[in-house]
Design a binder for this molecule. Structure first.
Ligand code: ADP
Ligand code: MG
Length: 613
């Protein structure tokens, strides 16, 4: 029986244009052609699965729904075979010869709009079947449609302007695509290379993928299944696979949404914060999928910076054909997706904080720094983030924390501002002179131990209409309390204050009597507006060589303290010695404030004071 000879057809003009770009582009991630061909195979299997519900007569109906990939490194070929719906001759012409495909269309459109040469778009749009021509000398498609009526066909092209089709009897149902590789692309005929690529992009395809007879995809796309049917171990297994770790996750959020976008997301917080160990800054690693196929493993524009500790996947059907960083519209789509996810995750944290405070506290210890970063810098999520912040306070036990909301709920009487103090530890702050005045008036003070806290508090600035105020700032006005018995009288105090001002000269901006001190003789308040002691130290550390702005502090003294009473006496009786003591008191106050910059003079002075004892 004679068979008709091959027939030659011209590609449609747009396809020619597309092929020209694909073949001549310097696009480096050529491997995505595997993703495209596997996705097509998976689509074809999916279509067959649907057909089986309604059609009785299906060619080769016994065949399993699977994808078989084979590599031949001698012949330099890669073959991808599926037992899906296949194509008739008319369908081969229609589907592979004309541009029905929306991804390729969108790709061409994006190129038309701007940068014609920007081949980096190939990966994001997926130019579908034609991606094979990035690596192929020739592509052969053997196919038999699920309809029994006509024989199998072979479609062949070398990516030039035309392709040919001939009959090819004896084909099984589906499509078998043989890619004959260009010499410089022969790596795609090596099993281990192809295995890596399939795992990277196509691990979650629902049909079995066998590579040279071995199953490649063993982990399921759990995120698309109903929560109730997923076992804890499956989640954990998936996390370990996706995050490349042996650890279990710390927290998990699995959710789906229909509006404004169709989203299935499965997010994890790891056990530990890698940045805490001083390792490199984390990169976003919530991967973007479209119907189980990887679009971008590390999308940069999806989530806000402070969510870079999250792991997991986001799958949205609405995305793939539109993703490109080039057009505003597409970026806004990604942003929209990111907003939904961020909001949902913040809500999840709120629920955690409320429902499982201990676990939240553990999370916060590890990852609170990211929430602080967000509260300080991400204006659009600030309000939600500030509610999630936790601090120790003068009213909590050591190691226990409070939220700003709880702090505010405890504010009573004329307590109007949210006070905080920054120091290296609870002990250090409690031993310093700043807390005692607040304690004496029952005013709660948040205790902050992290270098960024100052910056965060300054940026957050207020909460529920209450100003957030550094307790060691000169502006803080505390209510009067009755002077304790035995304190210096008003006139004596005045005299001592003006003597101190004169004696300390330019080292102080001001000296004043204070009622905020209880057990300490004096304290130093920063007179520089907006520049707290800690900020000052940080600035100094950052710009070692910059010229110092002279330090100016306000010294507040405690007229009830024994040291001050003694000083009042000796300032007239033995002024030389009193001067040394005054200088030393200022230095002590500067030490407590973390502001003493030069200790050499102090040591000499201390010896002089000691001599006179
Ligand atoms: P897309 O998959 O986005 O439609 P492609 O360029 O990847 O675009 O493929 C074009 C068309 O070719 C598909 O829509 C499909 O109709 C057909 N096709 C490609 N591969 C196969 C296959 N393995 N089995 C059946 N049809 C296929
Ligand atoms: Mg496709």
């Amino acid at each position: 029986m004679s068979q008709p000879s091959p027939q030659t057809f011209e590609f449609q003009a747009e396809i020619k244009q597309l092929l020209d770009i694909v073949i001549h582009s310097l696009y480096t991630e050529k491997e995505i052609f595997v993703r495209e061909l596997v996705s097509n195979a998976s689509d074809a299997l999916e279509k067959l699965r649907h057909l089986r519900l309604t059609e009785k007569e299906i060619f080769d109906d016994r065949l399993d729904l699977e994808i078989n990939i084979t590599t031949d490194d001698k012949a330099k070929t890669l073959t991808i075979q599926d037992f899906g719906v296949g194509m008739t001759q008319a369908e081969l012409i229609e589907n592979l010869g004309t541009i029905a495909h929306s991804g390729s269309k969108a790709f061409l459109k994006a190129l038309g709009e701007g940068n014609r040469k920007d081949a980096s778009l190939i990966g994001q749009f997926g130019v579908g079947f034609y991606a094979a021509f990035m690596v192929a000398k020739s592509v052969k498609v053997y196919s038999h449609s699920w309809r029994s009526a006509e024989p199998g066909h072979l479609w062949t092209s070398d990516g030039g302007g035309s392709y040919s089709i001939e009959e090819s009897p004896g084909q099984r149902r589906g499509a078998k695509i043989v890619v004959e590789l260009k010499d410089d692309c022969s790596e795609f005929s090596q099993e281990w290379q192809v295995s890596e690529i399939v795992k990277r992009y196509s691990s979650f395809v629902s049909f079995p993928i066998n590579l040279n007879g071995k199953r490649v995809n063993t982990v399921q796309a759990v995120w698309l299944r109903g929560k109730s049917e997923i076992k804890e171990e499956e989640y954990t297994e998936f996390y370990k696979f996706q995050a490349h770790t042996q650890e279990e996750p710390r927290l998990r959020l699995h959710f789906s949404a229909d509006a404004p976008l169709a989203i299935n997301a499965l997010l994890f917080v790891p056990k530990e914060n890698p940045e805490k160990l001083g390792l490199a800054r984390s990169e976003h690693s919530v991967s973007l999928y479209c119907r189980k196929v990887l679009i971008d493993a590390r999308p940069k524009d999806l989530l806000p910076e402070w969510l870079r500790f999250l792991k997991g996947v986001v799958d949205s059907e609405d995305l793939p054909l539109n993703i490109s960083r080039e057009t505003m519209q597409d970026r806004s789509l990604l942003e929209k997706l990111g907003r939904v996810i961020s909001k949902r995750f913040l809500k999840f944290l709120e629920e955690e904080a409320k429902g499982r405070p201990d676990s939240y506290a553990e999370f916060y210890k590890e990852f609170g720094i990211f929430l602080k970063e967000g509260a300080a810098l991400d204006f659009s999520h600030k309000d939600q983030l500030v509610k999630l912040l936790r601090f120790e306070s003068s009213l909590t036990e050591k190691g226990k924390t409070t939220s700003l909301a709880d702090y505010v709920s405890r504010m009573a009487g004329d307590h109007r501002e949210i006070y905080y103090l920054i120091g290296p530890s609870r002990e250090a702050i409690e031993a310093g002179p700043y807390l005692e005045g607040f304690r004496a008036r029952n005013l709660e003070v948040l205790l902050c131990y992290e270098a960024v806290d100052e910056y965060v508090m300054n940026n957050v600035h207020e909460f529920e209409g209450k100003k957030i105020q550094a307790a060691d700032h000169a502006d803080v006005k505390l209510s009067e309390v009755a002077a304790p018995e035995g304190a210096l009288g008003e006139a004596e105090t005045k005299k001592l204050v003006s003597w101190l001002k004169e004696t300390l000269g330019s080292r102080v901006a001001d000296v004043r009597a204070s009622s905020r001190l209880v057990g300490s003789p004096a304290l130093a308040l920063n007179a520089d507006k907006g520049m707290s002691p800690h900020l000052r130290r940080m600035m100094k550390a950052l710009q070692k060589d910059a010229k110092d702005s002279p330090l100016r502090v306000t010294l507040e003294i405690n007229p009830a303290h024994a040291v001050m009473k003694r000083l009042a006496l000796s300032s007239s009786e033995s002024p030389e010695k009193a001067r040394l003591v005054a200088e030393q008191i200022l230095d002590n106050a500067l030490i407590s404030a973390g502001l003493l910059e030069d200790t050499t003079g102090m040591v000499q002075r201390l010896y002089k004071i000691l001599e006179s004892v």
